[in-house]
Design a protein around this ligand. Structure first.
Ligand code: NAD
Length: 288
């Protein structure tokens, strides 16, 4: 069996086309959704991510407010900027690109963002709401994974999902979303013993680790759905956490890197920003 590719670019383009229509209508009613994007320092990968996010905003008509700060920025300065953006009615979403330079405490910075503008869904209020099954801003990458599965009508309820990685940004919120979708969920991490014994039992296997080709063919059950969140920069280019060519021979579905989960991440950011703008009009944050 050769796996079918889960085409993230195609699905993201569909999401963005629908969002563009909604944004156009909203603008006609006098409201332009706005996203403030803060980048501290000059990390090359972060610059690419931030540039892509701003470009995607423009493409659907969302206003983007870029804030580029020098690597030596002090915490007080950054917190003051976030305070001003919290109070700015033209700004509906605030995104602080991670990782931050060492002198800045990412937890304190994230907690300074108004949860109603936390379109990345990293604020503990949103993480807690998600865990409690309440409407919340859901982190974009795990939300994108769920959207991709839904776009291909891949059933989740009752299936065994194994998530490799337990970060606050990807693994943990994805566990919550899979549970909410009635999967039986196992979460593996750096201290898991005999990772393959777990991954081999997965109907849906998600790798969110950051180790090139960690998931090899012998670790995948024939017919499984394999979602590769990893982005690893190697001399030969970008690769995921999954040995794509070999795993493709046994899986039923697989995401490529690039062109899988990444484009959905950005599409979900735009979706969250639109939801934040609508919530400011008396709605509420819409979870997935
Ligand atoms: P992280 O470093 O915060 O977390 C990595 C996780 O992997 C940890 O929970 C750790 O316990 C686990 N881990 C490490 N080594 C392991 C091993 N040998 N076996 C099993 N588990 C192991 O990373 P993150 O922020 O969650 O990102 C993970 C990957 O996803 C990275 O490659 C990152 O670049 C990528 N990413 C992609 C997108 C996207 O849009 N596609 C978005 C966010 C992150």
């Amino acid at each position: 069996m050769r796996a079918e590719i889960l085409d993230g670019r195609k699905v993201a383009a569909q999401v963005k086309a629908a969002l563009k229509e909604e944004v156009t209508q909203l603008k006609g009613r006098g409201l332009t959704p706005g996203l403030a994007v803060i980048l501290v320092g000059d990390d090359p990968a972060s610059q690419v991510y931030v540039g892509n996010k701003e470009k995607a905003c423009r493409a659907v008509g969302i206003a983007s407010f870029p804030h580029r700060l020098p690597a030596a920025t002090g915490e007080e300065h950054l917190l003051q900027l976030i305070g001003r953006l919290n109070a700015d009615p033209a700004v509906h979403g605030i995104l602080v690109q991670l990782p931050l330079p060492r002198q800045l405490d990412a937890n304190r910075v994230i907690q300074a963002i108004d949860p109603a503008k936390d379109v990345d869904g990293f604020h503990p209020v949103n993480a807690g709401r998600l865990a409690a099954g309440l409407p919340a801003f859901v982190p974009c990458t795990p939300q994108g994974v769920m959207h991709l599965l839904a776009a291909y009508n891949i059933p989740v309820a009752g299936r065994h999902a194994v998530v490799v990685g337990r970060s606050n940004i990807v693994g943990k919120p994805l566990v919550q979303l899979l549970l909410a979708a009635d999967a039986t969920v196992t979460v593996c991490h750096s201290k898991t013993r005999d990772l393959a014994a777990f991954t081999r039992t997965a109907d849906i296997l998600v790798a969110a680790v950051g180790r090139p080709r960690l998931i090899t063919r012998d670790m995948v059950k024939p017919g499984a759905v394999v979602v590769d969140v990893g982005i690893n920069r190697l001399p030969e280019g970008l690769v995921g956490d999954v040995d794509f060519e070999a795993v493709r021979e046994v899986a039923r579905y697989i995401t490529p890197v690039p062109g899988g989960v990444g484009p959905l991440t950005i599409a979900m950011l735009l979706k969250n920003t639109l939801a934040a703008a609508l919530a400011g009009r008396g709605g509420g944050p819409r979870g997935e």
